[in-house]
Design a protein around this ligand. Structure first.
Ligand code: C5P
Length: 218
């Protein structure tokens, strides 16, 4: 439609946690719900965009003609899915809570209960967003940061380290913000740029982020 500001744009959005297998029945994961990414997907669809949502294990689901959901489990699978579509997208937004480490070995039988302690060796996972940042051509790239100390300083570090256009800082210092909540309080940071928002629903936060994107790709 003529009036849809994003009708010719394609978005890549990562969302949810990753699950890193330990053995056939266990994994390392986190409490990410995938809600923030899904709300951003819906906001982009509403403005006429095509969305490819690379989604880790999550209860979130939605159907729309312009939405393609690529379901993944591990960080490596999430990276592979992102790399396979990155050159087709105009905007990439990383909301996923990717496990920083995975078990060095995946045991093929269930690990038996034995000694009083059990040691798992972990190795570093790829940084998906940083990998995309290094491959960026014309894409607008957006990251998230959740910090517990020196929030802005650390977020600005990530902005340059991952080659982002802007970063969304989630405040941990507010009840009701972040993981598993329906609300969030954000600050948008870019080079010499800072915009603070009130505590809002994740759907309102998604519109604020889309407004920022629209201003930057207009
Ligand atoms: O470095 P840190 O994990 O704090 O950065 C957070 C941002 O990087 C988020 O946008 C997150 O989705 C992304 N990320 C990623 N792959 C990782 C770790 C983080 O895409 N392995």
């Amino acid at each position: 439609q003529e009036q849809s500001p994003l009708h010719n744009k394609t978005f890549l959005i990562t969302a949810g946690p990753t699950y890193e297998p330990i053995d056939p029945v266990r994994f390392i994961g986190n409490h990410s719900s995938g809600k923030m990414g899904m709300q951003i997907a819906k906001a982009a669809l509403h403005l006429g965009a095509k969305v490819k949502l690379v989604l880790g294990p999550s209860a979130e689901f939605y159907e729309h003609t312009n939405l393609e959901i690529l379901k993944v489990q591990t960080a490596q699978q999430m990276l592979d899915a992102c790399l396979s579509i990155f050159n087709q997208v105009d905007v990439a937004i990383a909301t996923a809570a990717v496990s920083d480490y995975r078990p060095a070995q995946v045991v093929d039988q269930k690990i038996k209960k034995k000694d009083e302690t059990l040691t798992l060796e972990l190795i570093k996972n790829p940084d998906i967003l940083k990998t995309l940042g290094a491959k960026k051509t014309n894409q607008l790239l957006v990251g998230f940061a959740l910090e517990t100390q020196n929030e802005e300083e650390n977020a600005i570090q990530k902005l340059s380290n991952k080659n982002l256009d802007f970063i969304v800082l989630n405040s941990m210092n507010n009840d009701g913000a972040g993981f598993q909540h329906n609300t969030n309080k954000i600050t948008i940071l870019a080079d010499n740029y800072k915009k603070e928002f009130d505590l809002k629903t994740k759907s309102e936060v998604a519109s604020d982020i889309l407004t920022e994107i629209l201003q930057r790709i207009a």
